[in-house]
Design a protein around this ligand. Structure first.
Ligand SMILES: NC(=O)c1ccc[n+]([C@@H]2O[C@H](COP(=O)([O-])OP(=O)(O)OC[C@H]3O[C@@H](n4cnc5c(N)ncnc54)[C@H](OP(=O)(O)O)[C@@H]3O)[C@@H](O)[C@H]2O)c1
Length: 250
């Protein structure tokens, strides 16, 4: 039986991914900081999933949880999904929150991969998945640290796909557009092409199963941001002065 560990698997995208893998008959481990979220959202599946109360920005805590899961159950797939969104809507960054975001969104992915590779490298097989974002293609207004962490995660994984392939390890980067989760509930700005979390998770599982190197969804939004990322940056700066894009306040 196959096994997957999902960081931030207690709500939103991670929870939907966990439910799909449970349905597929996999052994599933999830982690999060608050046990109440797990108890609420897995009320009927608690016997099918192992929960670890872990903060992914704590390297030792995460390593201990992943090692416990992989030693007792196995580890075919690691999905480093835990992340926090941008909450400041002003043009002056909230630096404390930005550092927290780097610790969770970027270092949390590295710590998850490090712990998973302890199990996967000796076996010469496994798959690492990181939840990046299309927000990493361009620096978005009011989301400097968020865009930076997601751009870093995408490039980090791009390198790892090359480095780890000789060891039998596949790496997949997922770049969603807007997905309807507790994270996006806090947004007051327009969220074009927003997807239900269960639908988004189904598409992600297909891409993970195909061992895609990178999967950006939905297609139209992903294509638009990719094209925009190729524009000269002065054009980009001009486009982003248009009111509908520039939602952050002074
Ligand atoms: N929703 C979107 O539109 C969207 C778009 C692109 C990318 N993403 C990315 O998708 C991922 C999941 O987002 P979501 O929308 O599903 O958010 P969500 O509903 O807020 O879920 C986030 C999950 O991560 C956990 N988490 C947060 N910080 C953590 C920490 N320090 N240690 C351990 N667990 C932590 C949360 O549980 P606790 O709070 O209990 O720890 C929760 O289980 C994130 O990386 C996000 O950046 C989301």
């Amino acid at each position: 039986m196959k096994s997957v560990f999902i960081t931030g698997g207690t709500t939103g995208i991670g929870m939907e991914l966990a439910k799909i893998y449970i349905h597929m008959g996999w052994k599933v481990g999830v982690c999060g900081r608050e046990k109440t979220k797990f108890l609420e959202n897995f009320a009927t599946d608690q016997d099918k999933v192992s929960f670890y109360q872990v903060d992914v920005s704590n390297r030792d805590q995460l390593k201990a949880a992943v090692h416990e899961f992989s030693h007792s159950i196995g580890l075919d797939l690691m999905i480093a999904n835990a992340g926090i969104g941008y909450k400041y809507k002003t043009k002056i960054p909230d630096f404390e929150y930005s550092y927290k975001m780097v610790n969770i969104n970027l270092l949390g992915v590295m710590y998850a991969f490090e712990a998973a590779l302890d199990h996967m490298i000796p076996r010469s097989k496994g798959q690492l998945v990181a939840m990046s974002s299309i927000a990493g293609y361009n620096g978005l207004p009011g989301a400097s640290a968020y865009s930076a962490t997601k751009a870093a995660v995408t490039k980090y994984c791009e390198s790892l796909t090359l480095d780890l392939r000789p060891f039998g390890i596949y790496v997949t980067t997922i770049c969603p557009g807007f997905v309807d989760t507790p994270l996006t509930k806090q947004n007051s700005h327009p969220m074009p092409f927003i997807m239900p979390a269960d639908r988004a998770a189904q598409k992600m599982v297909k891409a993970i199963t195909k061992k895609k190197m990178i999967f950006a969804t939905p297609f139209l939004m992903a294509t638009a941001v990719r094209l925009i990322s190729m524009l000269p940056r002065t054009w980009y700066r001009f486009i982003m002065t248009i009111k509908i894009f520039n939602y952050s306040k002074d």
